[in-house]
Write a protein that binds this ligand. Structure first.
Ligand code: FES
Ligand code: FES
Length: 174
């Protein structure tokens, strides 16, 4: 057992956890933040994606004790029903979900992905990895989101939602 302090959505939580507890289980089982979903529990589906210090991670592959003092954002920290995050609003507008099980992971991943793109990070499908003006094509969005699976197949709506946010926030021209 080990003491750990997790800063989740701006709130500090001290807890004593088994060193084998994943960050996902700490969020869901210890803090009751069940918006982050467990799909595969082995890093393959992306349902458990959260944002840590601005970067997206699969929380099922992370040990809670590794994240002592780090800034963790989950879907509960992004917006509310009354004031949703622009990415949440866009997912609703473009039907970017059906059952919703993958959606919190998709949204956390999409927000951090646009930050990665804005910072100039290339993807596997980027033709010129030295380019400073990578075009955010549908292929780029799909590749950059390929770690987040949707068994309902809402991919077209997900891409449309991400594109709308990218354009409306000036991350991409079109
Ligand atoms: Fe973590 Fe599937 S539950 S990647
Ligand atoms: Fe059902 Fe994506 S909306 S798995």
């Amino acid at each position: 057992m080990q003491d750990v302090q997790l800063t989740v959505n701006g709130e500090n939580h001290r807890m004593r956890v088994d060193t084998r507890v994943s960050l996902l289980d700490a969020l869901r089982e210890h803090l009751g933040l069940t918006g982050t979903k467990k799909g595969c529990d082995q890093g393959a589906c992306g349902a458990c994606t959260v944002i840590v210090d601005g970067q997206r991670i699969a929380s099922c592959l992370a040990l809670a004790v590794q994240y002592d003092g780090r800034q963790i954002t989950t879907i509960e920290g992004l917006g509310t029903a009354e004031a949703p995050h622009p990415m949440q609003r866009a997912f609703v507008k473009h039907d970017g979900f059906q059952c919703g099980y993958c959606t919190s992971g998709q949204i956390c991943s999409a927000i951090a992905m646009l930050d990665e793109y804005r910072a100039g990070a290339p993807s596997v499908v980027t033709e010129d990895i030295g380019a400073t003006d990578i075009r955010l094509s549908d292929g780029e969005i799909r590749e950059r989101m390929s770690g987040n699976l949707c068994r309902c197949g809402a991919y077209n709506g997900i891409v449309a939602a991400i594109r709308e946010v990218a354009v409306s926030t000036g991350v991409s021209e079109q």
